[in-house]
Ligand binder design. Structure first.
Ligand SMILES: [Zn+2]
Length: 227
């Protein structure tokens, strides 16, 4: 796996390669946003929030197995082992990068929400990790549920998620929310979740993902995405 610690947004100074202002993904030309982020802006009709990934992965590598296996492995002991390894990774990463993350997002946060599954009902898969990482779990709030809209790897929808029953709207308007997901490919699901919170009145400071799929060396794309 490759540590993804480039938290700084790209600047006017033309560093090569240029980076997307939202996701820090590599740009082939000097646009402000990558193709994916530009597409999501058009679908959501609102600005996006910045996305930071702790670690980048490629399909089939050990981190990819952990990010899938902690929720999908058929054996409970394997799911638990992958979960514990991801908890350890996230705890260590935040210990070293917490302040840097606040600078990247331009704000600290006072609540942590997770992105629900768009396929399965119930709690967000990442809850089992977030609630075990001390600096995240202490602020964790179950703010979102799956909505009636449809989201996919390159399909964002304001209705993809909605506020969970019982969320206090007046309280929500006072919150600065860090949105956490296990993995991002294009950010479509995370940005849809962020849109729901923002339309509900919350300030979403950014999306923190444990892992981000990257393009294989020499071309190609992560499964399900188009660049
Ligand atoms: Zn981008």
């Amino acid at each position: 796996m490759t540590l993804s610690v480039d938290l700084a947004p790209s600047t006017g100074a033309r560093a090569v390669p240029a980076r997307c202002r939202i996701c820090s993904g590599q740009l082939s030309r000097s646009f402000a946003l990558c193709y994916c982020c530009d597409t999501l802006v058009g679908q959501l009709q609102m600005p996006l929030v910045p996305v930071v990934a702790m670690v980048e992965y490629r399909l089939g590598d050990p981190l990819h197995h952990r990010l899938r296996g902690y929720k999908d492995a058929p054996v409970a002991e394997v799911r638990d082992r992958y979960r514990d390894e991801l908890v350890t990774m996230a705890t260590r990463w935040l210990h070293h990068h917490h302040r840097q993350l606040g600078r990247r997002f331009g704000s600290d946060w006072d609540a942590v929400a997770t992105v629900p599954s768009s396929r399965r009902p119930g709690r967000a898969p990442a809850d089992v990790i977030v609630t075990r990482v001390p600096v995240l779990g202490a602020l964790h709030r179950p703010l979102l549920i799956r909505g009636r809209g449809c989201t996919d790897h390159l399909r964002a929808d304001r209705l993809g998620f909605e506020l969970a029953p019982g969320v206090d709207h007046r309280r929500l308007r006072t919150l600065r929310v860090l949105l956490v997901d296990d993995s991002v490919v294009t950010g479509a699901r995370a940005q849809s979740a962020a849109a729901s919170l923002r339309l509900g009145g919350a300030q979403v400071v950014g999306v923190l993902a444990l892992g981000r799929a990257v393009r294989p060396e020499g071309g190609g794309t992560p499964a399900g995405s188009r660049w």
